[in-house]
Design a protein around this ligand. Structure first.
Ligand code: NOJ
Length: 532
């Protein structure tokens, strides 16, 4: 098999070893039936684009039956397709066609919680305290004389308390929205059901899973209070703090990952990546032991500022963490939960120029890359009007946090007005698209050699075909302040980034690609370059 780095890959190297995954946020990718919401047929109709872009695999966000309180991350039936997105036949057709295009398909798995509309939760509500039905979730009596206070002080990642009281007085745990009750992972039925779900999709031909909140699931038996310093920060911010958060990363979680791995090992060539917001490197590495997850999302590049030291720190940290267990690193600049990176880097033309520079940095790194749909078009994060906001964070935070909708606006495909080819019949998209996205459409960018899309296509092709990307090790060069340069030891690729205010001399070598115009033999500010 020929793969990234242009070399024959040996038979023991798994397909995902240095793969580029493309995250499809299903609601926002392509709408085939004109209801303003993306769907499976829409994705199938655009696979030619993904092949042209040059990615190896796709990750679909949840398309399972759901009341959509958290846009599909509240799953009512994990073994069926929500009618909004299609049906099982449409899914099977999609799997077959992804494979025909020479790509792999991975799907989201949400084991931490279900929807409150899941049959199990409805049964739990109808059953008395102490029943087997309630034992599948985390029900507890309250504190206070009459149980009128929540069982502990935990907060929901989306704001407000993590407990909801039911009419008979008991409380149930929801680390996310109240419509997403947490499962009790000590219950054998919960474990067996996940195994059933894994096999269901594996038998339909999926190549792997992205595990939602992979550091959740297990909770300490006695549910101790959280450190009060964590009470007013959201789950993601807490990741950067050195305070143990009892809601996450309980040792018991590793048993769940061993269960998942045990099933995947029966389907050779399949893999799992976990969403692991765990700041401590040793504890992060534990998830990647040989009998647990294959890969772990690394969010350090998301956290890094556009500053050479900050980015270098993120890279070194990430490489160091996976080295502890001999796992492959992963790299992400954006996803459906965070502000899109051109906006994080300052927005406007400057944000775009910096995003181009960071795209080359990310794609030069050894290991696995996850792109988020629309980043190859340089889409900015949008400030949406209040009426348009749908993320539960907006309501749960009492309108203090605008939430994640600004990163989820549908893809602009073609034409000169909304919905820019997103919906076949020009229907209103589920989130409003701005009038001025004509120059950002796929159609416009494919024809423009200087576009973000052309940069991604070119970089992905070089990454896939050049021997310069061989090997997994890198070494750092000395570089002027505000800059860095590293070299891929195996193949010799050099990547340099300048985040300082002045042009600096280019490292020696022949230029393969630059993120922007070079200044003779100098690397201008906000620019990166690949050389051999
Ligand atoms: C992480 C997902 O990426 C996010 O979108 C979702 O809201 C939470 N997990 C809860 O499932």
């Amino acid at each position: 098999m020929v793969h990234s780095s242009g070399e024959e890959q040996d038979a023991d190297t798994p397909w995902w070893h240095d793969a580029v995954f493309y995250q499809v946020y299903v609601r926002s990718f392509a709408d085939s039936n004109g209801d303003g919401v993306g769907d499976l047929e829409g994705i199938r109709s655009r696979l030619g684009y993904l092949e042209l872009l040059g990615v190896d695999a796709i990750w679909l966000t949840p398309f399972y039956r759901s009341p959509m309180a958290d846009h599909g991350y509240d799953v009512a039936d994990p073994r069926d397709v929500d009618p909004l997105f299609g049906d099982l036949d449409a899914f099977d057709a999609l799997v077959a066609e992804v494979h025909d295009h020479g790509m792999k398909i991975t799907v989201d798995l949400v084991p931490n919680h279900t929807s409150d509309q899941h049959l199990w939760f409805q049964e739990a509500l109808a059953a008395p305290p102490g029943s087997v039905e309630r034992d599948r979730y985390v029900f507890r009596d309250g504190r206070g004389v009459h149980g009128e206070l929540p069982p502990n002080n935990w907060t929901s990642v989306f704001g407000g308390p993590a407990w909801q009281q039911v009419p008979d007085g008991q409380w149930y745990l929801h680390i996310f929205a109240p419509e997403q009750p947490d499962l009790n992972w000590r219950n054998p039925q919960v474990q067996a059901d996940l195994e059933h779900t894994l096999r269901f999709w594996l038998e339909r031909g999926v190549d792997g899973f992205r595990i939602d909140v992979a550091h959740g699931m297990a909770k300490p038996e006695d549910l101790p209070d959280m450190d009060p310093r964590l009470l007013n920060v959201d789950g993601l911010t807490a990741f950067a703090m050195d305070i143990h958060d009892p809601r996450f990363d309980d040792d018991g979680v590793h048993e769940v990952h061993r269960l998942i791995r045990g099933v995947l090992d029966q389907y050779p060539g399949t893999m799992a990546i976990g969403e692991i917001w765990v700041g401590d490197d040793d504890r992060f590495a534990d998830y990647l032991r040989s009998d647990e997850l294959h890969l772990g999302f690394n969010f350090r590049l998301v956290d890094a500022r556009f500053d050479a030291d900050s980015v270098r720190g993120a890279i070194e940290h990430s490489l160091g963490a996976v080295a502890k267990v001999g796992a492959q690193p992963t790299w992400t600049l954006s996803n459906h939960d965070v502000m899109r990176h051109p906006t994080r880097y300052g927005g406007g033309p400057l944000g775009t120029v910096r995003a181009r520079a960071m795209a080359l940095v990310e794609l030069a790194l050894p290991g696995v890359v996850y792109l988020y749909n629309g980043e190859e078009l340089g889409l900015p994060n949008l400030e949406l009007p209040d009426w348009a906001l749908q993320d539960p964070i907006w309501e749960r935070s009492g309108h203090a946090e605008r939430g994640r909708d600004g990163a989820r606006v549908p893809m602009p495909w073609e034409g000169n007005q909304p919905p820019f080819g997103f919906s076949e019949n020009g229907a209103q998209p589920w989130l409003p698209m701005p009038d001025d996205w004509e120059s950002l459409t796929v159609e416009a960018q494919l024809e423009d050699e200087g576009s973000m899309l052309s940069l991604y296509r070119q970089a992905l092709e070089v990454r896939r075909t050049s021997g310069a990307f061989a090997g997994d090790e890198l070494e750092w060069y000395g570089a002027p302040p505000g800059c860095f340069a590293f070299r891929r030891k195996g193949g010799g690729l050099i990547c340099a980034l300048n985040t300082s205010a002045a042009a600096v001399p280019l490292p020696p070598g022949d230029v393969l690609i630059a993120s922007g115009p070079l200044d003779g033999t100098k690397l201008p500010p906000d620019t990166s370059v690949w050389l051999v």
